[in-house]
Ligand binder design. Structure first.
Ligand SMILES: C[C@@H](N)C(=O)N[C@H](C)C(=O)O
Ligand SMILES: [Zn+2]
Length: 228
């Protein structure tokens, strides 16, 4: 069976939202394509997609916009994360994605969930882009890794503005309330969180990029249909 009929492709609701779907490729904290992503399509419940379009419209009025990294996530992808985390000897991506945190603590500290809101279809990982953003680099497998906690001009450039750390940077510096990032990054985080909240999206204390739309159409369902 497929996803319920009220799941939509974000690009069909708003093609102006940039998409850089990280789990279909190798540039993510696992270092390889994740189970369940046949392609890099952003699927969301219709209410969440329409609300995200509203955020994009609001940001456009400020000369800004969104980049989406992750949307609906099949449970089999979450299971892949769990298997990866159990293999404590595989630390090939640590230098970029969790340079200051022990791999054994990533779930306990709230950076990855065994039952993820993403699997319910109304959760997104996003950042802000706009004038002044460094151009997006293209990722080459095997390229030297730079810590996601490094200054904006040194860490991997994803095309977004400076929000203090890179995407999926599992570190206390990624906590939205961190005062250890630059004033610019704190201001950009506030702008993103307020823009998302204005359209019904709430965040979490561990990751400035992770937001869930409420009321969720499927608050108790964890879907396991591949992303196609
Ligand atoms: C793995 C990261 N992108 C994320 O989404 N983390 C939250 C906590 C989740 O797994 O739901
Ligand atoms: Zn997330």
């Amino acid at each position: 069976d497929g996803l319920p009929a009220d799941f939509v492709r974000l690009r069909e609701v708003d093609p102006t939202i940039n998409q850089d779907m990280r789990y279909v490729g190798a540039h993510n904290f696992v270092g390889r394509p994740i189970d369940g992503y046949v392609n890099g399509e952003c699927w969301l419940t219709r209410p969440a997609a329409l609300a995200l379009k509203g955020v994009q419209d609001d940001l456009r009025a400020l000369g800004l916009g969104l980049i989406v990294f992750e949307c609906y996530r099949p449970q089999r992808a979450v299971n892949h994360f769990v298997r990866w985390a159990r293999d404590v000897n595989d630390i090939v991506t640590q230098a970029e994605f969790y340079p200051g945190v022990d791999k054994r603590d990533l779930f306990r500290l709230g950076y990855i969930a065994e039952r993820s809101g993403h699997s319910r279809g109304s959760t997104v990982d996003v950042t802000l882009t706009g004038p002044g953003a460094l151009p997006a680099q293209s990722y080459r497998p095997g390229q030297p890794l730079v810590a996601c906690t490094a200054p904006y001009g040194l860490r991997f450039a994803d095309g977004g503005l400076d929000l203090g750390t890179g995407y999926d940077c599992f570190d206390p510096l990624s906590h939205p309330a961190s005062t250890e990032v630059t004033a610019t990054a704190q201001a950009n985080r506030k702008l993103l969180a307020e823009a998302m909240a204005a359209r019904g999206f709430g965040g979490i204390p561990e990751e400035y990029w992770h937001f869930t739309y409420r009321p969720e159409p499927y608050p108790d369902s964890y879907f396991d249909v591949p992303v196609e």
